[in-house]
Design a binder for this molecule. Structure first.
Ligand code: GDP
Ligand code: GDP
Length: 455
């Protein structure tokens, strides 16, 4: 956690680390127990098992940053989907459908020792229809003996089955090479990610807050012909919309337009969509239904934005339905429930009437501006110098940790690293964060402060 700011590999023109851009998405799909999660762990190179044997456990993250041979991509683990918050098992084909929707490449995992089942066949049909590139993983081929089982999977009609042992690592390099061959180059340092390309916005929020209404309102007559947008890679799930004289890229809009209509696991799909949209976006507009009480789910969506390190604008929608009394209670709820984001710009809109939707643009620009901000090291250290002089860390056990040096390690979002002579208490760290915001603003962006102790 302390080192998070420095693990991203990309370095901008000033030698500073930048956050992840729109990475291509690889989804790992297959029946339960074929070894999807084991494969994901193998690809991520983690030794510790994330494979959960505890019933009812839902992994909160299903998408990870991964890389192979210098190519970076987002890896989606559908093994984490089997059980949703209410303990409902989702059908394999349903899962696959959602995964395929959001993926650029699908790794379809089959247990070679079992062979293809009816469930597998159902997924194959869906994969064929999707037209997405598929890499067929014949898993649990732990040794030479079982290679023949893998070969039997040729008859699925998905091309070459790659014999793999996710558990032992056998064949995993070859199959990743095969993935890279079909992986589109929407990489972090591709043209689409250069400054100057349309900025990427995710419209998120719990079901029925008005996401698709807002998208329609914004798209209106100003829908942009995608093919002519310079420096972009066309992605059919994104929509390019001209607002305030600029083109914006609304990501993952297919997920908004074509809602998965089902009662089972609806929450789960919503939160998955949010996460994948966030992976691609630079800034999120979190819609909240202002007519309803702010719910746990709204807070969770906000938290997802912060965790993803994306810029944030909050839009209170359905303003046309509010009377004076509701407006009063809404303000109280915001104070109580959304205390963690006093820094997020706020707009009160109506996707239905169009009220104040034009205010979204300055809010988005402000948030992105903060997200991109870098404080020069000299200025940062002068600032910390003053704080330390006026509010030094309390003495503990006869010792007083001192701040030696601070630097901003990255932008998007701003991440700061403080080098200190001893452990800084959580309360003091929060104080420093608060002061950073007071001094430099950062309206609309989460910031991270990590501390390194130097002996
Ligand atoms: P998922 O439900 O598809 O995510 O499957 P898991 O990754 O949870 O794996 C299910 C079981 O299969 C676990 O007990 C794994 O240890 C086992 N498994 C996964 N990959 C392999 C493999 O390559 N060989 C063998 N022998 N077992 C495996
Ligand atoms: P989504 O699930 O977040 O995409 O929500 P929708 O856009 O489908 O909207 C859900 C419902 O709320 C629909 O019946 C919309 O007509 C309605 N709705 C959306 N925005 C507004 C608004 O600003 N005012 C009012 N009165 N209704 C709205």
């Amino acid at each position: 956690d302390e080192d998070r700011s420095l693990i991203d590999g990309d370095v901008d023109e000033d030698g500073f680390v930048v956050g992840s851009g729109p990475l291509p998405v690889v989804a790992v799909v297959g029946r339960p127990n074929v070894g999807k999660s084991t494969l994901v762990n193998r690809i991520l190179g983690r030794r510790e098992a994330v494979v959960e044997d505890v019933p009812g456990v839902t992994r909160d993250r299903v998408a990870y940053d991964a890389d192979w041979a210098g190519r970076r991509f987002t890896l989606v683990d559908t093994g984490g989907w089997e059980i949703d918050a209410t303990g409902i098992h989702l059908r394999v084909a349903e899962q696959a459908e959602v995964a395929v929707d959001l993926a650029d490449v699908v790794m379809f995992v089959v247990d070679a020792t079992v062979g293809a089942t009816d469930d597998d066949e159902a997924v194959v049909k869906l994969l064929r229809r999707s037209g997405k590139p598929v890499v067929l993983v014949a898993n649990k081929v732990d040794d030479q003996r079982t290679e023949a089982d893998a070969a039997a999977l040729w008859n699925l009609g998905l091309g070459q089955p790659w014999p793999v042992s996710a558990l032992h690592g056998r064949g995993s390099g070859d199959v990743l090479d095969a993935v890279l061959e079909v992986l589109p180059s929407v990489a972090a340092n591709s043209e689409a990610y250069q400054r100057g390309g349309p900025r990427r916005v995710a419209l998120i929020g719990r079901p029925n807050v008005g996401k698709s209404s807002l998208l329609n309102k914004l798209a209106g007559e100003d829908r942009v012909v995608v093919d002519n947008v310079a420096g972009t890679t066309r992605d059919p799930v994104d929509e390019y919309i001209e607002l305030g004289g600029k083109t914006w890229r609304f990501v993952d809009t297919a997920g908004i337009r074509r809602r998965v209509h089902q009662t089972r696991g609806a929450d789960f799909y919503a939160s998955l969509r949010t996460q994948t949209a966030l992976e691609k976006a630079e800034v999120a507009v979190v819609l909240i239904d202002a007519e309803q009480s702010i719910a746990e789910q709204d807070i969770r969506v906000v938290q997802q934005v912060i965790d993803a390190g994306r810029a944030l604008v909050v839009a209170y929608n359905k303003w046309d339905l509010l009377d004076e009394e509701r407006r009063y209670y809404l303000e109280r709820e915001i104070e109580r429930e959304l205390v963690q984001i006093p820094w997020a710009p706020r707009v009160n809109i109506s996707a239905r009437t169009g009220r104040a939707v034009e205010k979204l643009v300055p809010a988005l620009e402000k948030a992105l501006d903060s997200w991109d901000t870098r404080v020069p090291t000299g200025r940062l250290n002068a600032f910390f110098g003053e704080i330390v002089a006026s509010n030094p860390h309390p003495v503990r056990g006869g010792k007083q940790p001192r701040i030696l040096f601070a630097t901003q390690a990255s932008t998007r979002p701003p991440r700061f690293v403080i080098f200190a002579s001893g452990f800084l208490e959580a309360g003091y760290r929060r104080f420093l964060e608060r002061r950073l915001r007071e001094e430099f603003g950062f309206e609309g962006t989460p910031i991270e402060v990590s501390v390194r102790v130097r002996e």
